[in-house]
Design a protein around this ligand. Structure first.
Ligand code: SER
Length: 313
């Protein structure tokens, strides 16, 4: 039976990955760690700690007899540019600590990479699995370095570490914090609250996105896959749906009136350096990945969930 630790458990991905893991492996078997205390009833066992802190992680791993870690702690792209040194320290050092502990305790690891590992010189359309990784944000630099670190620990020490390059993740539970793709979540809150939204990206800025339920399925499916099937130990390309702000706006307008203005900020340059769409055929071939949410389904689901959450009719 898996004894799982999820770090960064109260972030955007952790908030939905933890319930998904609890449903799959049992509530008692999922330990959560975050710098914040847990909301009532979130996890059976929760540890409060600020990473990087290798000694603390080692203690938690021993105390709960952990065999699998989903290491989600990270600063995202826009926040990362405000304090690049700290972003490097947090994102890379905490991953290295987890990988070193994986060698010592024979842990299986999931670590998320991102479309941010790509950069302006990467082919932007149907970005291939094996391509140029020359990111221009510190967040992207930590993802590219982290991917190589994961592969190094697999090759050198046999650590069973698995990873996907998440596109922008769209979800109705926790808000993403400080990313470039966050507009595609924020716009749903604003259409229901005010009917207006000022978008910080240009209307034609296409980015790869994925609905949370698909992202969770991909994560658990990859972790359950037969290791013999896996040919990538850096990080797998993962695609859901690609769209521009203008396309998302017109999809939402099928349901509700929405007035949008566009005013680009520093996140525009980050978005411009990232792909438009992703070729995830290797993930499809190796472990049977298929996305289920297209733009219409994602839009309907977000509006339904947020209507309930925000108490809007
Ligand atoms: N969603 C992330 C960001 O925008 C990309 O991994 O920073």
């Amino acid at each position: 039976m898996a004894h799982i630790l999820v770090t960064g458990a109260l972030g955007q991905i952790g908030s939905e990955l933890v319930p998904a893991l609890q449903a799959q492996y049992g509530r008692e078997n999922v330990v959560t760690l975050d710098m914040k205390s847990q909301p009532a009833g979130f996890a059976a066992r929760h540890e409060v700690a600020k990473l990087p802190a290798k000694a603390v992680l080692a203690r938690v791993i021993k105390k709960h007899r952990i065999d699998t870690v989903y290491h989600l702690v990270s600063l995202l792209s826009a926040t990362g540019e405000k304090d690049p040194s700290y972003t490097w320290y947090l994102n890379v050092q905490s991953l290295k600590d987890v990988l070193d502990l994986a060698v010592e305790h024979k842990l299986k690891i999931f670590w998320p990479s991102s479309i941010a590992a790509f950069g302006p010189t990467t082919p932007h359309d149907q970005t291939p699995q094996h391509t140029v990784l020359a990111p221009t944000t510190m967040y992207g630099v930590t993802k590219a370095a982290g991917e190589l670190l994961c592969q190094y620990y697999f090759l050198k020490y046999g650590v069973d570490v698995r990873s996907v390059r998440y596109p922008g993740v769209i979800s109705a539970e926790a808000l993403p914090g400080g990313g470039t793709t966050d507009y595609a979540v924020a716009i749903f809150y604003e259409v229901l609250k005010t009917g207006q939204y000022e978008c910080y990206l240009k209307p034609d800025s296409m980015l790869p996105m994925i609905y949370m339920a698909d992202a969770m399925r991909a994560t658990i499916q990859l972790m359950e896959a037969d290791p013999q099937q896996l040919t990538i130990r850096t990080s797998y390309n993962l695609a859901g749906v690609s769209f521009t702000p203008a396309e998302l706006v017109s999809e939402i307008q099928q349901h509700l009136p929405l007035k949008v203005s566009y005013k680009s900020d520093s996140r525009q340059a980050i978005a411009d350096s990232w792909p438009n769409s992703i070729d995830d055929s290797v993930a499809r071939k190796d472990w049977g990945w298929r996305h289920e949410y297209d733009l219409p389904r994602l839009t309907t689901t977000m509006l339904e969930k947020l209507r309930v959450k925000l108490g809007v009719k």
